[in-house]
Design a protein around this ligand. Structure first.
Ligand code: AMP
Ligand code: ZN
Ligand code: FE
Ligand code: FE
Length: 281
C-alpha cells in the first residue's frame, strides 16, 4: 500500500522543520507522496521539491490559505499550485504583510498588559514572511514571559483573549478562484475543527474541488461524516497530519496516512481542469 500526507508545515510558516527535515521524516515513514501546505506561503516548495526528488518521493506544491466565509474562518488548501504564478504571489504577499503587521499589534497589546515582548524578537524567532500566533507564543516561552505554549494561547492569544488580534482575511470564494487561476485544486481544510458544515454547499458552488476528510483532529466518526459529504457533493477526498514539527510535543507526521488512490484521483482532476482551462483560452 502507498500512502500520502497532504497537510504539512515548515519553518516557512509556523512549523519547526526545514523542508529537508520534513522530507527526511516522510521518507523514513515510507510515504509515497507529500504536499507542503504552509500558511499563506509557497516559499518552502522549491526546497521540498528538491529534497523529495533526491529520495524519489512524489511532491505536490501547496499552501493553506486563511480565508473566511459568512464570518467563519475557513482554511483552504491549494494543491498542484504553480508556485511562480504572479497573481498568487502578489495576493499572498499582501496577506503576509497583514500577518507581519499583526505581530506588532499583538506585541503592543501584550506590552499594554505589562509583558515586555518586542515584535523584533518575534520576527527574529519566526524568520519567515508568514509569521503567526505560534511564533508569538514561542517568543513568550523563550523569554520566560510564560510557562508554555498552551498557556500563551489560553492566557493571551486565543480568540477573545487580550492579545488576540483579528486578521484581515480573503474570502473563501476568492481563495478558491486564486488557487484555480494558479492551476491548483482547492480543498477545504479540517472541516471538523471549525464545525462549519453549513458553509460547504456555498463553497461547492464556488468550485471547491475537495474536502480534507482525514486529519489528526478528526475522530473516526468525523472522517466518516466528511467521506459521506464528499460523496454527496462529488468532492475529492484528501487527508494529512497538519504536522507543525516540534511545536506539538511530538511531530504529527505519520499519524495520518492517506491511501494513495486519492492522490491518483486528484491528479486526474488536475488534468481535466488543465485541459478545460487550455480549451477556454
Ligand atoms: P494564526 O494563523 O496566526 O492565527 O495562528 C494559527 C495557528 O496557531 C494554527 O495553525 C495553529 O497551528 C496554532 N494554534 C491555534 N490555536 C492554538 C492553541 N489554542 N494552542 C496552540 N496552537 C494553536
Ligand atoms: Zn499552523
Ligand atoms: Fe488550518
Ligand atoms: Fe495547517
Amino acid at each position: 500500500m502507498k500512502f500520502a500526507d497532504l497537510h504539512l508545515h515548515t519553518q516557512f510558516s509556523d512549523g519547526t522543520f526545514t523542508p529537508e527535515e520534513l522530507v527526511g521524516r516522510a521518507d523514513k515513514l515510507g510515504f509515497a507522496a507529500i504536499a507542503l501546505t504552509d500558511h499563506d506561503s509557497v516559499e518552502g516548495c522549491a526546497r521540498a521539491a528538491a529534497a523529495c526528488a533526491a529520495v524519489q518521493m512524489e511532491f505536490i506544491p501547496g499552501a493553506e490559505l486563511t480565508a473566511e466565509h459568512d464570518d467563519t474562518e475557513v482554511h483552504i488548501l491549494g494543491y498542484f499550485l504553480d508556485t511562480q504564478n504572479k497573481v498568487l504571489l502578489d495576493r499572498i504577499g499582501k496577506f503576509q504583510a497583514v500577518r507581519q503587521n499583526r505581530i506588532y499589534e499583538m506585541c503592543a497589546a501584550l506590552n499594554k498588559l505589562g509583558i515586555p515582548l518586542k515584535a523584533e524578537s518575534v520576527f527574529a524567532l519566526a524568520n519567515c514572511k508568514s509569521p503567526g500566533r505560534p511564533h508569538v507564543a514561542r517568543a513568550l516561552v523563550k523569554e520566560k514571559l510564560i510557562g508554555n505554549l498552551d498557556e500563551a494561547f489560553e492566557k493571551y492569544l486565543k480568540k477573545g483573549r487580550p492579545a488576540w488580534v483579528p486578521k484581515n482575511k480573503m474570502s473563501a470564494l476568492e481563495g478558491i478562484e486564486l488557487i484555480h487561476q494558479a492551476g491548483g485544486l482547492a480543498v477545504m481544510a479540517h472541516p471538523g475543527l471549525n464545525r462549519t458544515d453549513d458553509i460547504i454547499p456555498g463553497l461547492v458552488k464556488a468550485g471547491l474541488d475537495g474536502i480534507e476528510c482525514f486529519h489528526t483532529k478528526h475522530s473516526t466518526v468525523m472522517s466518516e461524516r466528511y467521506l459521506e459529504i464528499a460523496e454527496k457533493y462529488d468532492l475529492l477526498v484528501t487527508g494529512g497530519s497538519d504536522c507543525h514539527g516540534f511545536s506539538k510535543k511530538q511531530p504529527l507526521i505519520g499519524t495520518v496516512k492517506l491511501p494513495y488512490e486519492h492522490v491518483e484521483k486528484m491528479k486526474a482532476a488536475k488534468k481535466i481542469a488543465d485541459e478545460r482551462r487550455a480549451a477556454a483560452k
